[in-house]
Design a protein around this ligand. Structure first.
Ligand code: ADP
Ligand code: ZN
Length: 733
């Protein structure tokens, strides 16, 4: 009788390594990677995915328990992905079960986990009726005054009211809506009829360089560095067409959901009529849609997927081409739970599959550009805009030593006026939502803060409420100062809502629109805005960084940056890089059509080195200057970081645990520098105290060795203290 097989299972428990089990000898189905299993675990049972089938008949077999049940008879990922998952778990020092659990859409194993909770939003129904009870009255009152409110906010404001909400809904006094966004691929706009333009010289050179890579089966990474409007997308399209004609599978990543419809539209127009399908994969899809796409990829019906960062886990057996658009974007980094960076995973996956990777950007991350400079990845440059269109002229408006009315300088007001007269579109960037970023008491200097995060609350005038941008908590603005009881509370500073009001006063006839994460809710908001812009129904578009990304609005000829300093002086070593990228990207929205564009940037620090590179459209100049600082400080890409965040409800316990961990790390540090513990920039978040320990090293191996030891030997934090290990952190707040 043959000995039973040993299988290695990624169990959904917070432990790093897979566990071994025996495959019951009597089962007809043979063990295959990707199967969802139930297995005994300690006194209970747990779920997990089969990763590998090991050799049977070893001594190890003794004492191994048998798999309890096959939950789903079809594998949910191909065997080739096992190595990918294992590498990720090792690199990010994250439990393998959670890596696989995060990679697969929740609906895939809905059977065990239940579908994810819907995002319910409540609104007051259009009725004057008086609610029956006092609690019910309170809630309806709130909704009537403040507008639609998500369930979790209502629960925080009115604890224990779940049954009350149910009753109100049953009475028809409130309406409930599931607000999970569902962008679909259809309805995506786009100009031409899918006719391919004649390539520019640079585009042709880039494709010439890509062609042999696409035909071969060796790992071939490229940076496609092209100024804004140089036609990077056209290169993606041609490369994808070529890969597809060779029968290879293609994955296209975009940094956020809002950018998928536009790209999908362009791919649809050009890549129709193929034997296999293309599909969209992102977190805004319904469970059923995602499940359908997942199964379609597994069954080889779908050969092209466009999606956001989680699409890097699409279950292709083997990929031929991966495109990462706007590769510098922080949207590729998952900032909660298992903190991977999809751009880096794209490179690994391509390495394992022998695929071509194109990382595209006008402002590449320093890490990517360094690799290109060192010849580790190929560099493809698109130096000019298509059809010889000029790059926009960029001017600084120096606001130091002068005060202006409101937040727009006379120069910018004049330019906006001229643009309105010429019936051309303008774009204003202001990276702050709401009416005012804080409310200040002019008597005692108190700033109203979120009780749970200790961060100033943003004032929204139209809805008359205060909101915390970190925990999403809301409150009613107080009439008097909570500290001195004075009545001199005033909203300070300017957000997009206030800017809009200023514009209404200045240009009453102008048609305004606002694009930020507050106004872009609901499933059609984004495509509608893109449509309005394209039809010329908007004169001035106001927005946060959301407006700077990847859009191709052909009629914008003026871009105004209201407050460049807000981005430039964030307490983060990457602030100059972020500012350079944001300013270059938003400038790139100007003059993309027939008419040339100009850009006005308001700042109180015109001498900052970032501006020279922005004005000159000179990425390499920026890279060289920023590189000196990073190299001196040992920051990425010339050094490597790990951020360990320790948090919990009790200040003392958290501080003690952090000190202990830091001391342990110090004692085993070797070539690694251990910094902290120090309070995180958000020293308190959702009521939890937060401290961080930063590990810094010139190369990766000592960092990984230290983390490995740390996992094995370091003292465990006590109950109530949570620890997160973030390898290659992007956001250090
Ligand atoms: P990027 O992503 O580099 O900012 P896009 O790919 O959005 O630029 O291209 C900008 C515009 O130029 C698009 O409207 C696109 O259709 C057009 N375009 C791209 N390549 C060409 C070309 N070779 N000739 C004419 N127009 C082109
Ligand atoms: Zn808060």
């Amino acid at each position: 009788m043959p000995s039973p097989a040993v299988v290695h299972v990624a169990v959904f428990v917070p432990l790093r390594k897979p566990f071994s089990y025996l495959w019951p000898a009597g089962w007809k189905q043979s063990p295959t990677p990707g199967l969802l299993l139930r297995v005994p675990f300690g006194p209970r049972s747990a779920y997990g995915f089969l990763l590998r089938v090991g050799a049977g008949g070893e001594a190890e077999e003794n004492g191994l328990k048998e798999v309890t049940e096959i939950v789903d008879p079809e594998p949910l990922f191909p065997p080739s992905m096992t190595a990918f998952f294992e590498r990720i778990a090792r690199y990010y020092h994250h439990p393998i079960g959670d890596v696989v659990g995060t990679a697969l859409p929740p609906s895939i194993f809905a059977r065990i986990a239940g579908a994810p909770a819907p995002e319910l939003v409540y609104s007051a129904a259009a009725t004057e009726a008086v609610p029956p009870g006092p609690k019910q009255r309170q809630i309806v009152d709130w909704l009537r005054r403040h507008g639609s409110t998500p369930r979790r906010q209502l629960r925080a404001l009115f604890p224990g009211t779940a049954p009350v909400l149910k009753r109100l809904a049953a009475l028809g006094m409130v309406t409930v809506e599931d607000c999970r966004r569902e962008w679909t691929a259809n309805g995506a706009e786009g100009g031409g009829e899918g006719i391919a333009p004649e390539l520019t010289v640079d585009q042709r050179d880039a494709l010439e360089a890509l062609r042999p890579a696409l035909a071969g089966d060796a790992f071939a990474p490229f940076l496609l560095h092209g100024v804004t409007g140089s036609g990077k997308t056209e290169v993606y399209l041609r490369a994808a067409e070529e890969a597809r004609s060779l029968g290879r599978k293609i994955l296209v990543l975009v940094p956020e959901i809002a950018l998928t419809p536009q790209l999908v539209g362009r791919f649809r127009q050009r890549m129709g009529g193929a034997q296999k399908e293309m599909a969209v994969l992102h977190s805004g899809l319904s469970n059923r849609e995602r499940r359908t796409v997942w199964k379609g990829v597994m069954a080889d019906r779908i050969d092209l997927v466009i999606g956001t960062r989680s699409a890097i886990f699409a279950p292709f057996e083997s990929l031929g081409l991966i495109i990462v658009d706007e590769e510098h974007e922080s949207g590729y980094k998952q900032s909660e739970g298992f903190r991977y960076n999809a751009r880096d995973l794209a490179l690994w996956r391509a390495q394992l599959d022998g695929a071509t990777v194109i990382l595209g950007s006008a402002t590449p991350s320093l890490a990517t550009f360094r690799r290109a400079r060192e010849g580790k990845i190929g560099l493809l440059s698109l130096r000019c805009r298509v059809l010889f269109r000029p790059l926009p002229e960029v001017h600084l408006v120096d606001l130091s030593r002068r005060s202006i009315q409101g937040c727009l300088s006379p120069e910018l007001v004049t330019a906006l006026g001229e643009n309105l007269e010429r019936k051309e579109q303008s774009l204003l960037l202001l990276n702050r939502r709401g009416f005012a970023p804080f409310i200040l008491c002019h008597d005692c200097g108190t700033v109203i803060r979120c009780p749970r995060c200790e961060i100033s609350l943003t004032y929204y005038r139209r809805r008359n409420l205060l909101r915390c941008h970190y925990c999403d908590g809301i409150a009613e603005p107080p009439d008097t100062c909570p500290h001195c009881r004075g009545a001199s509370l005033n909203p300070c500073g300017t957000g997009t809502e206030r800017l809009e009001e200023e514009l209404v006063t200045l240009f009453p006839a102008a048609r305004l629109a606002r694009m930020d994460s507050d106004s872009m809710t609901g499933k059609d908001a984004y495509p509608q805005m893109v449509g309005k812009m394209a039809r010329g129904d908007v004169d001035i578009l106001v927005g946060t960084q959301m407006v700077a990304k990847g859009h191709d609005f052909a009629r914008i000829t003026l871009v105004g940056v209201v407050d460049a300093d807000a981005t430039l002086f964030l307490p983060d070593f990457r602030s100059a890089e972020r500012a350079f990228s944001l300013l270059t990207q938003v400038s790139g929205r100007a003059g993309r059509g027939v008419l040339p564009g100009r850009v006005l940037i308001q700042t109180r620090n015109p001498a900052h080195y970032v501006f020279g590179s922005v004005i000159g459209h000179d990425y390499e100049n920026f890279y060289d200057q920023e590189g000196v600082f990073r190299r001196d400080m040992g920051y990425p890409p010339f050094g490597h970081l790990v951020n360990i965040v320790i948090s919990g409800g009790k200040d003392e316990t958290v501080e003690e645990a952090a000190s202990l961990l830091a001391a342990w790390l110090q004692s085993s540090a070797g070539a690694v520098e251990v910094l902290g513990p120090a309070p995180c920039l958000l020293g308190r978040l959702r009521g939890k105290r937060r401290l961080q320990i930063v590990l810094k090293a010139a190369s990766r191996p000592p960092l990984h060795q230290l983390l490995e030891l740390f996992e094995k030997d370091a003292p465990r934090p006590p109950a109530g203290v949570k620890m997160i290990v973030d390898v290659d952190p992007v956001d250090m707040f």
